[in-house]
Design a protein around this ligand. Structure first.
Ligand SMILES: Nc1ncnc2c1ncn2[C@@H]1O[C@H](COP(=O)(O)OP(=O)(O)OP(=O)(O)O)[C@@H](O)[C@H]1O
Ligand SMILES: [Mg+2]
Length: 293
């Protein structure tokens, strides 16, 4: 096992140093404890170990990143955190509460929302419909009140519509509210997926490759957008991303996976220069990294 050196400095800031080899053991909790903690999580699919003994602590109120080569296990981490998969080993805690055995809708209700690597909108629905679906996670009226048109149901439906419009305004999509979701340009569809996730009122947002398929200008706009929503919605954001400009530009802390194992973590500059990370990405030995002379 390699050493993990996530730590709190004298000023109470959340800081970190890089690991020196594969595997990690999590770190010291920031003041008030981590938002999400994974301890020794392992997820296997038959003979493939997608996540291998992964331990990490996600701090509250930050934008942080999870990177690694294709097939490193990043999306599997999201699927485990959001209850799509149950890991064979390990423990997950969100705000100190164990997530084991909870289905995705319960985890969403706790305040964890996500977007998907391959956009998953209700393509035939309108932009507004897609955000309203997200709001339904928090609705109080019961489904059987709908056909009866009970006032309590109608009042809530109206407030969900208003809230959805307001969210669309905040993500710059209000003018497209009546358009079909699949008629939007790619970058706007990704923002819509984020708006739908925000509609569930999360405290923790997981973004799986939000910049995928975007041109440089769209990626640049996305960085500002992510920083803005973090601030405005008082969220923590964990982002998987291959676009290093976006990752380095917006994340204060980055975890690196390779073959399901944590090989490094730290601030953007540290990660950029880490020989283990360079080796994992380039597929050839870097000076000071594994397999170097
Ligand atoms: N449902 C599944 N059934 C079988 N194998 C799976 C499943 N989900 C993921 N895997 C395998 O687990 C490994 C990690 O996959 P994962 O999708 O988490 O990688 P990733 O880091 O997100 O890669 P990418 O950057 O290409 O999206 C891969 O070998 C993948 O084939
Ligand atoms: Mg993935």
């Amino acid at each position: 096992m390699s050493e993990c050196t996530l730590a709190e400095d004298n000023a109470g800031r959340f800081t970190a140093k890089t690991l020196h080899g594969p595997g990690g053991s999590g770190g010291v909790a920031p003041p008030g404890g981590p938002l999400l903690e994974l301890s020794g999580v392992t997820m296997r699919f038959g003979g493939v170990t997608a996540i291998d003994d992964l331990s990490l602590k996600i701090p509250p109120q930050k934008v942080v990143g999870l990177i690694g080569p294709n097939g490193a296990g990043k999306t599997t981490v999201f699927n485990v955190v959001t209850g799509f998969y149950q890991p064979q080993e390990g423990r997950l805690e969100f705000e100190g509460q164990p997530l084991a055995g909870l289905p995705p809708q319960k985890i969403c209700a706790l305040g964890i929302a996500r977007t998907f690597q391959n956009i998953r909108l209700f393509a035939g629905g309108t932009v507004l419909d897609n955000v309203m679906v997200g709001c339904h996670v928090r609705r109080k009226a019961r489904w059987w009140m709908a056909p009866l048109c009970l006032p309590v149901f109608l009042r809530e439906e109206k407030s969900i519509k208003e809230k959805s419009y307001a969210l669309l305004e905040r993500v710059g999509l209000a003018r497209a509210a009546r358009e079909k979701a699949n008629s939007l340009p790619y970058g706007a569809q990704r923002r819509l997926e984020i708006a739908r996730a925000l509609a569930t009122e999360p405290s923790f947002l997981l973004l799986d490759e939000p910049a995928a398929g975007m041109n440089p200008q769209e990626s640049e706009d996305l960085m500002h957008f992510i920083a803005k929503i973090r601030e405005e919605f008082n969220l923590s954001i964990l982002m998987i991303e291959h676009d290093m400009k976006v990752v380095m530009g917006v994340c204060s802390h980055i975890w690196v996976l390779d073959y399901g194992r944590l090989i490094a973590e730290g601030g953007p500059e540290e990660i950029r220069n880490n020989p283990w990370v360079i080796t994992a990405y380039l597929g050839r030995p870097a000076e000071g990294g594994p397999h170097s002379a």
